[in-house]
Design a protein around this ligand. Structure first.
Ligand code: XLS
Ligand code: NI
Ligand code: NI
Length: 438
């Protein structure tokens, strides 16, 4: 008999809003059609391996607190195997379709032996592949951990040390290969330590050039091995470094354009990285989506009272509504998904808390989806927005947008019209319509 890691939980199913069962979905009903598509296809949820299976609850002031039965006993590789089995049991019971991982989450590095490290990774990848086949769970994206080991303390692709760059390159090569092997729909680059703590020891321009070279090599290698998954960059403004180069969606866009990479990478937008950048989650999504850059989403939230990446589970209906409103209006997710890059709080210690956390996040997005679909269906907000831009739908507006007139053509028109006021923007009305739909 295979070991069971979550004996206290059966399969989580949809029971509807009136259910009193905490281990059921109240709103997420995977087969229910919303805006012409089943909820599961709109939402494409993924479970992240690093927090869910590996995060023990340590913080800068204390050790881990969580009960993790898959870590009981045996050597590192035995534990790695148990952890992978527990991962697939958890995801199956939750009824999620995808997972995400870093190379070093799933298989520990063999210190001092890169070849052996890769062998360990292959062993766990073979196990994961079998479990994927058994359960039908698929890989949303893979990535390489280029930030935990001391060799990357000054960065990986942007390290001042050439050997750190070379090591990172080989690690990414292998991570793309195993992602390909597992049929990953994508591959993420989060610039873990790609940034600086002080400019006084940093050649900023050279580091950015190196980062671009690194990504170009990855793009070339992807083509070489025929990996067709989507590449993503995950913006984050700070933490661990004072300044991370992939600051926000707009900074990433400028970087990608400047270095000829814009056709090869989309963005993986994380809710709390947006707020750390001083933006809303909605802003980052809207910028990315309206520039054809939105690839995938790391679904979490921060704490308004803490200025760091707390990676809490998303529970704020207003945020999930804005997210789904942007997604629905821009055609939704294709290769990407909603990856719960989120961890239970340090005082939530039992395996069951993982279920409560994910159920809450999934229900919050299911409600956000339904509310957003309702707002779009009613069309009142869209009506207000198109009315607000109504003056542009004129012959003159068309000519300006089509680059057919210049300042000298506009001057006599301005003199004649001499505008003194513009129409109300109706913000409060719009806010009321949103709250009414919620
Ligand atoms: C850290 C990032 C990380 C990426 C994957 O803040 O969110 O978890 O998603 O490397
Ligand atoms: Ni993330
Ligand atoms: Ni993060």
């Amino acid at each position: 008999m295979a070991k069971v890691y979550f004996p206290e939980v059966e399969k989580v199913v949809y029971e509807g809003a009136d259910s009193q069962n905490p281990l059921s979905f109240k709103h997420y009903n995977p087969d229910e059609l919303v805006a012409g598509k089943p909820m599961r296809e709109h939402l494409r949820f993924a479970v992240c391996y690093w927090h869910t299976m590996k995060g023990a609850g340590a913080d800068p002031f204390g050790v881990g607190t969580r009960v993790m039965p898959w870590c009981d006993g045996g050597d590192e590789m035995t534990i790695a195997e148990h952890t992978m089995r527990a991962n697939f049991e958890f995801i199956s019971k939750l009824g999620v379709g995808y997972w995400c991982f870093h190379d070093r989450d799933i298989a520990p590095e063999a210190e001092g032996d890169f070849v052996e490290t890769n062998k360990r990774l292959d062993r766990i990848v073979a196990l994961a592949k079998g479990l994927q086949d058994e359960t039908g769970i698929r890989l949303l994206w893979g990535t390489a951990c280029l930030f935990a080991h001391p060799r990357f303390m000054s960065g990986a692709a942007t390290s001042p040390n050439l050997d750190a760059f070379v090591h990172a390159a080989a690690q990414v090569k292998k991570a793309i290969e195993v992602t390909h092997e597992l049929g990953g729909a994508g591959y993420v680059f989060w610039g873990g330590r790609e940034g600086y703590d002080t400019l006084m020891n940093t050649d900023l321009r050279r580091e950015l050039e190196h980062l671009a070279r690194f990504l170009h090599m990855a793009v070339d290698y992807k083509k070489q091995i025929g990996f067709e998954g989507q590449f993503y960059i995950e913006p984050k403004p700070k933490e661990p470094t004072t300044h991370q180069y992939d600051h926000d969606a707009e900074a990433c866009y400028a970087f990608l354009q400047h270095h000829g990479l814009v056709d090869h990478l989309k963005l993986n937008i994380e809710a709390n990285h947006a707020t750390l950048a001083g933006h809303s989650f909605h802003h980052e999504l809207e910028f990315a989506a309206s520039h054809g850059l939105l690839g995938s989403i790391d679904a979490n939230r921060g704490d308004e009272l803490l200025g760091w990446d707390t990676d809490q589970f998303p529970t704020n209906l207003y945020d999930t509504t804005m997210c789904m409103y942007t997604l629905l209006r821009h055609g939704g997710l294709t290769t990407g998904g909603l990856n719960f890059d989120a961890k239970v709080r340090r005082q939530s210690t039992e395996p069951t808390d993982l279920f409560h956390a994910h159920i809450g996040g999934m229900d919050a997005f299911a409600r956000g989806l339904k509310i957003a679909a309702k707002l779009i269906d009613e069309g009142r907000i869209e009506g207000l927005v198109s009315g607000r831009y109504g003056t542009w739908d004129s012959e003159l507006g068309r000519k300006i947008e089509a680059d057919e007139v210049g300042l000298a053509d506009l001057e006599p028109i301005a003199h004649e019209r001499n505008v003194t006021s513009v129409a109300s923007s109706r913000q409060e009305l719009i806010e009321n319509l949103i709250n009414d739909a919620i």
